[in-house]
Ligand binder design. Structure first.
Ligand code: SF4
Length: 273
């Protein structure tokens, strides 16, 4: 249950937060506006563009899945260059990638980094789709969430972040994606969440812990999950960098990291966390 007006919330342990994830989402949305992730290529174009709620074509869903694999360990600008090259070479289709030579594909996606590994991964993914779904990615996406996630995770080169990005942005099923930016902001903004979830289960990974935390605090809403993820990425690039620009950040009056974290002088946290 989400109590919107609460300024403090008590979770499973004694951790108390100055604000809820949903309030953070609203503040980010108000400041940055809608991000409309994931950018996709319109018919006849080569550069992916951001779009609002229009329906995605099957080709665009496949493009997002390939983009999610290309996005591993790099930023979107580099992924975009690789997608543009694939579009220009008219290679961004399941059948073409399934039959492509690894070396040729690696040359096209060079700018996304780890190009040999990524070429191998996207060929394997396309071959899997061709063999099991006749290249119909929508057939794969018809599966219930749990089954779909397990199937994606069983594929070589697809980990939790990539699987969840594909499920959220291409399959259109609500799951909260945790990337390095989200983990960073969660640790700074909600420093008690790790402590709280570790008490609940010592066997979970940071990814699972952060995902459980956000999903337990937000309504299971596709648009909110998509936008929140994109807004977190934007905030992590603009202010909440590895070396954060806290003094300029519009959230510094409610951020536990800036207010002192576990510092005993912090009036909100003294004796609580
Ligand atoms: S105040 Fe600093 S740590 Fe907190 S959200 Fe802003 S940049 Fe990040």
């Amino acid at each position: 249950m989400v109590a919107l007006a609460a300024k403090e919330i008590k979770l499973q342990s004694n951790a108390i937060y100055l604000m809820l994830p949903l309030e953070l989402y609203r503040k980010l949305l108000f400041f940055y506006g809608r991000q409309n992730w994931w950018p996709v290529t319109e018919k006849g174009k080569t550069i992916p563009t951001y779009r609002s709620r229009k329906r995605l074509t099957e080709t665009q869903k496949f493009e997002i899945a390939i983009g999610a694999i290309l996005a591993q360990n790099t930023n979107w600008k580099n992924v975009e260059k690789a997608i543009v090259n694939l579009n220009r070479a008219k290679m961004l289709s399941c059948k073409k990638i399934a039959r492509a030579k690894q070396q040729k594909l690696a040359g096209l996606i060079l700018l996304s980094g780890y190009f040999n590994q990524k070429a191998k991964k996207i060929i394997l993914f396309a071959k899997y789709l061709e063999k099991n779904y006749s290249c119909r990615i929508e057939k794969l996406f018809e599966k219930p969430f749990g089954e779909l996630r397990m199937e994606l995770l069983s594929l070589n080169g697809i980990g939790p972040e990539t699987a969840d990005s594909i499920i959220l942005f291409a399959a259109g099923k609500p799951v909260f994606v945790i990337d390095a930016y989200t983990a960073r902001i969660a640790k700074r903004f909600f420093p008690g969440f790790l402590k709280a979830s570790r008490k609940a289960s010592a066997s979970k990974s940071l990814y699972e812990e952060a995902q459980i935390f956000f999903e337990s605090q937000l309504p299971s809403d596709l648009e909110i999950f998509r936008e929140f993820h994109a807004l977190i990425v934007e905030h992590a690039k603009r202010f909440c960098r590895k070396a954060p620009l806290c003094k300029e950040c519009f959230l510094n009056n409610i951020c536990q990291f800036f207010l002192g974290g576990k510092n005993e002088e912090n009036p909100y946290l003294r004796g609580i966390v």
